[in-house]
Design a protein around this ligand. Structure first.
Ligand code: ADP
Ligand code: SF4
Ligand code: MG
Length: 338
């Protein structure tokens, strides 16, 4: 129903991937000097990430704060300009789109933010907030926009009576429903959900995750879900990628990553998650990571995780481990089978 036809992605018959990202890099220049005229280094926020997501599937991207998840999500949507690499959505090369074609293509890729209040204009009522993306893309008459807004509110579990209300009048969970409704208005193919439930009470988190699940079937959506919390990603994802300092260190289907984590960083992240079963919880061994996340402006040589890895050896400082595949569809970047 989008007005955009010029850049309609044509799904190829040989591949089911809707999103395909190759060697994506986002490096931010660090400037110095009185008028910041000198570039003295780069923050390598995303440093060579490849992943693909099949149509209708969910990819969960996890890692601690500062490892580059948001920058990656923003670069996929071209909100952030990639330094290198490519992003394809269907058969369209998103990284090659320019000006008007890029603007129109944006209707196919939307973002849901962690802080719904920060992303919703406080002076706009719900009707205005939901109509805005349609206006930007020239979709429908005022009456059609209103009808679509009512339908979309219904899909996210809000009554049409909220149309005249303002964002501050809603609870956190309701505001996130509004954020999701806004992302749905243009009926996109891909939604990047950046920490969609991190700002919500635990009791509300499950409701919003269930809603995302239902909407995926109803609207045929493909999701990239970003979270620092493994529990969130486990519930929603088909495949999971674990990110550390701008790189993916492990990737597998959701079950394998939780049942058989192979990378020391993944093991450490999982060991920090409390288990609901009291007997399992009593025997849970925590792997405590030394130190803080190193600066992405100056990552450690060799394996980037070596400064915090309990299993690090000499080779880890000298050679960067490649992302190898020790089991079908399970990738890990570590010199050892741990
Ligand atoms: N616009 C920017 N300019 C410079 N550095 C940035 C910018 N945006 C993010 N960064 C840096 O890039 C790194 C990754 O940030 P981010 O993508 O927000 O991580 P995450 O979402 O995993 O917490 C951090 O070191 C952050 O400070
Ligand atoms: S390559 Fe070495 S430092 Fe890196 S995760 Fe494996 S054991 Fe640890
Ligand atoms: Mg983030």
């Amino acid at each position: 129903m989008s007005a955009d036809t010029a850049a309609e992605p044509q799904r190829s018959e040989t591949s089911m991937s809707l999103l395909s990202v190759e060697d994506l890099e986002v490096h931010f220049p660090i400037r110095s000097g009185i008028v910041l005229e000198r570039i003295v280094g780069h923050v390598r926020a995303v440093d060579g990430v490849s992943l693909s997501i099949d149509a209708g599937q969910t990819y969960g991207l996890v890692g601690e704060s500062g490892c580059g998840k948001t920058t990656f999500g923003r670069a996929v949507l071209r909100i952030e300009e990639p330094t290198a690499g490519s992003v394809r959505l269907g058969d369209a090369d998103v990284t090659a789109l320019r000006s008007e074609r890029l603007r129109r293509f944006r209707s196919k890729m939307q973002m849901v933010f962690q802080d719904p209040l920060g992303s919703l204009n406080p002076r706009h009522n719900v009707e205005m907030l939901l109509a805005e993306p349609l206006k930007v893309h020239g979709v429908g008459s005022k009456a059609e926009q209103r009808k679509l807004a009512v339908e979309t509110l219904d899909a996210v579990g809000l009554p049409s009576s909220v149309m005249e209300r303002y964002p501050h009048e809603f609870s956190g969970g309701q505001r996130q429903r509004l954020g999701i409704a806004r992302a749905l208005m243009l009926r996109p193919d891909l939604i990047v959900c950046d920490e969609p439930v991190s700002a919500l009470d635990v009791s509300i988190q499950a409701q919003v995750m269930n809603l995302l699940d239902e909407l995926q079937d109803e609207f045929g959506l493909t999701y990239l879900v970003i979270a620092h919390d493994l529990a969130v990603v486990r519930h929603l994802s088909d495949r999971v990628g674990v990110m550390y300092l701008g790189k993916i260190v492990e990737e597998a289907d959701s079950e394998s990553i939780y049942e058989h984590p192979r990378h020391p960083y993944t093991k450490a992240l999982l060991s920090a998650v409390p288990q609901p079963d009291p007997e399992v919880e009593a025997t849970r061994e925590r792997i405590i990571l030394k130190g803080d996340l190193p600066s992405p402006a100056n990552p450690p040589s060799g394996c980037r995780f070596r400064t915090r890895c309990p299993w690090a050896q000499d080779i880890c400082a000298d050679e960067e481990p490649i992302l190898r595949q020790p089991a079908p569809a399970h990738k890990v970047a570590c010199h050892f089978d741990l």
